[in-house]
Design a binder for this molecule. Sequence first.
Ligand SMILES: *Cc1c(COP(=O)(O)O)cnc(C)c1O
Length: 458
Amino acid sequence: MRFYSTRNKNEFVNYTMAALSGLAPDGGLFVPQEIPLYPAQVRSSLGSMDFIDIAFETVKPYVQDTIPNNVLSDIVQSAFTFNAPLVPVADRYSLELFHGPTAAFKDFGARFMARSFSYLRRNEDHPLRILVATSGDTGGAVADGFFDVPGIYVTVLYPKGRVTPLQERQIAGLGKNITALAVEGSFDDCQRLVKAALANESVDTEKNSKKQPALSSANSINISRLIPQAVYYSAAAGRAFAGNIDYDEEATPRIKGSPRPLEIKKGLITFCVPSGNFGNLTAGLYAMKMGAPIKQFIAATNINKTFPDYLNSGEYLTRVSQVTISNAMDVGAPSNFERMAAHFTLEEMREIILGVSVNDEETKETILRIHKEAGYFLDPHSAVGWKGVEKLITDNKINGTDIFGILSTAHPAKFSEVVEPLVGLPPIPTSLTNAMERTVNAKTIPADVSALMESLKE
Ligand SMILES: *Cc1c(COP(=O)(O)O)cnc(C)c1O
């Protein structure tokens, strides 16, 4: 498989180059030349295959000429040591993506990326520095994924004062090869700094001084984080289609003995994706194009509704992000829009995706109500997804009897500041209690590129 930049369709690179450089030299994002179809035999057995096998089949066509099958098989096995269960909640499904080490869906992409980078760089003695901008969850997942990986340094940029105390400890509490920069600005500023630093640097390690590590990025602008996220969509869609539904696991955040659904719905699923930078939704579109049995997508945002507005008006107007209680989605200029636009026209997007925006009041009301009615704990991001579905049903934009799989993008205990005062907390995963013990060690910098470049020299 070859990859091209969203800004230049005439030059191609292989997976190694696309992954290790992160952003294309012209500032564009790498996209696959085509989205491959699953073999018919895989497509018809998605509902019964193991998660690991679906992961292997999903990633394989993209990396085939750079990662041999036996290595890929080891990588997916060691990356995906946790499940993504599709759990019935009331008459919907919750696709629980928070059972990894940092309790948000970012673990899927970050863990795959870290392991594949180690392999792709196996003959490289020049160090690599990965820059990552985070609105809260990416930084922790990437830091955790790359912690202690030899030859790779990670610098996480996060908006000072706008991440939760737990997130800050996950980002800035590890030390060793992980450095944290608290940027005086918003997530969009962090993202802008990372892009500028990468554009400044040559991606070719030969041209760099021998002392300075080459730069790469680990945001969802990096294709190697995006592709593995297609896996849980295909697995969940396959299971919904086959009616092969997961029942509660120990770790499902539900009040014990709460009411169970009367019937299991079976058929084509509509995924509702709480979205910020739109990496997750883009990965879902890849899964659909590969042949997973998916009906449609809902892009649910908080009041940072650049994309829903685009679907409505046809005009793409980015804006300054506003602070909300679903902070990982406080994005006014979603990076992956460029990638979606490379694959789909506006009309095509309108056919596959419905947009909806949800405010903080509605989000809190939803956390309260789903807890009361179904005994289920939602984090603020997932609650945006639940409310998004309800609003579209009320507005007659979708049919209430369809099958909805709402992505639960983070564990409710990860956002205890919002969730606990409303409904209390379910048992807290040990990975989170461990992270709370760490001490924050971050350097504060102003939101300008020269300050970032200076601190990278240290
Ligand atoms: C990152 C994140 C999102 C947004 O995902 P995008 O891929 O940026 O659209 C939503 N919810 C949580 C909990 C997140 O961490």
